[in-house]
Design a protein around this ligand. Structure first.
Ligand code: NAD
Ligand code: UD1
Length: 335
């Protein structure tokens, strides 16, 4: 089976390419490299031990996408391509809607023309807004507080309308919680440009001496130790969730949503402790005021994915931290 990965050169897409190849699928990447580096392809091929087909291009180029779908005889698409920085989305909403919403419309248009009607979409836990209850199940009310989150909500709704219009479409929205860590080879991983916004890449850069200390955004939340709690999931578990999604998709027409998380929340201090114990590194930190827009706790109900996809996350916090550290050490060696 040939699977097109839009944005497949990025963090989650590259790990999913590895999982797909190990399961016997053929991944084909379409990426414009606006947030990834072409060198990832060589590293991917080293892991997969096979050439990886990659087309450089924008998902908004409908005729190009249609050509790729036809020429590579694509059976299903996993749509990762998009912009994902929350703060930037507030400054540049046009770019976010153009890339994420318009990009998806272009992809759907090309898929319809090429008669490829199987789609897995990268959504986010951000569509749940400020949690009204925990753990968050798929029936939790949806809301958005920024252009990034709203772009994901718009896309989910668009896909739902499309599924209602034509029963040939099979579409799944996977709502990722907090993906972290890296492939066990240490050759691929998350590679944010500039100072990382997210916790794990920040900790990883403190560990290799690239940044002096972590600023913990608030220690007065109503949580186990006052710091924010999130559902961190190993990126390879998440990648394998896409395999389960593809197999579910083949038997289930229509539109559906699934949480991909572990079901377990961990605080910032618990993440630091897990990182220190699994790597031996020391993470200096200080407390600073809360980050605007942050929530106290967020973690997934995972029963639906377990029951319908027969999938659950397996890897531990220590494996997430150790693999992320190994990748950061490798990454640091060539900057
Ligand atoms: P990433 O930035 O590492 O990967 C996205 C890839 O898409 C990049 O390689 C980028 O060059 C490419 N891309 C962007 N716009 C494109 C376009 N118009 N045409 C072609 N390629 C384009 O991000 P990621 O962390 O791998 O996230 C993948 C998807 O998962 C995104 O849609 C993101 O919103 C979603 N998501 C990510 C997280 C997370 O924490 N990483 C959480 C929830 C959801
Ligand atoms: C981020 C995204 C969100 C996305 C989610 C899942 C932002 C603002 N939000 O949020 O849209 O759905 O990832 O991928 O990017 N923290 C620190 N110091 C830091 C960085 C983070 O203390 O330097 C804390 C945060 O306050 C939070 C926790 O660490 O309690 C995790 O933060 P982060 O990694 O940014 O993830 P989310 O807040 O879940």
């Amino acid at each position: 089976m040939n699977i097109l990965l839009t944005g497949g050169a990025g963090y989650i897409g590259s790990h999913t390419a590895v999982a797909l190849a190990s399961a016997g699928y053929t991944p084909i990447i379409l990426d414009n490299f606006c947030n990834s580096d072409k060198s990832v392809l060589k590293r991917l091929e080293k892991i997969i031990q096979k050439p990886v087909a990659c087309v450089e291009g924008d998902v908004r180029n409908t005729s190009l996408v249609e050509k790729v779908l036809r020429e590579h005889e694509i059976n299903a698409v996993i749509h990762f391509a998009g912009l994902k920085a929350v703060g930037e989305s507030v400054q540049k909403p046009i770019e976010y809607y153009a890339n994420n919403v318009q990009g998806t419309i272009s992809l759907l248009d090309a898929m319809r023309s090429a008669n490829v009607k199987n789609l897995v979409f990268s959504s986010s836990a951000t569509v749940y807004g400020d949690p009204q209850y925990l753990p968050i199940d798929e029936h939790h009310p949806l809301s958005a507080t920024n252009a990034y989150g709203r772009s994901k909500l718009h896309i989910e709704e668009m896909l739902k309308d499309l599924a209602a219009s034509d029963p040939a479409w099979k579409m799944m929205c996977l709502r990722y919680f907090n993906p972290v860590g890296a492939h066990q080879s240490g050759l691929i991983g998350e590679d944010p440009s500039g100072i990382p916004n997210n916790l794990m890449p920040f900790i990883q850069q403190v560990a290799v001496g690239k940044l002096p200390k972590l600023k913990i955004f608030g220690n007065d939340y109503d949580t186990i130790d006052g710091t924010g709690v999130r559902d961190y999931i190993h990126v390879m578990d998440l990648a394998e969730g896409h395999l389960a999604a593809l197999s579910h998709l083949s038997k289930n027409p229509g539109w559906s949503t699934f949480n991909l998380g572990t079901g377990k929340g961990s605080s910032v201090l618990e993440m630091i402790a897990a990182f220190e114990s699994s790597t031996g590194a020391k993470i200096a930190f200080e407390y600073v005021p809360r980050r605007a827009g942050d929530i106290a706790s967020c973690y997934a109900a995972v029963d639906k994915a377990q029951a319908a996809l027969s999938w659950s996350a397996k890897r531990t916090l220590e494996e997430m931290c150790a693999s992320g550290h190994q990748w950061q050490n490798y990454r640091h060696s060539f900057v």
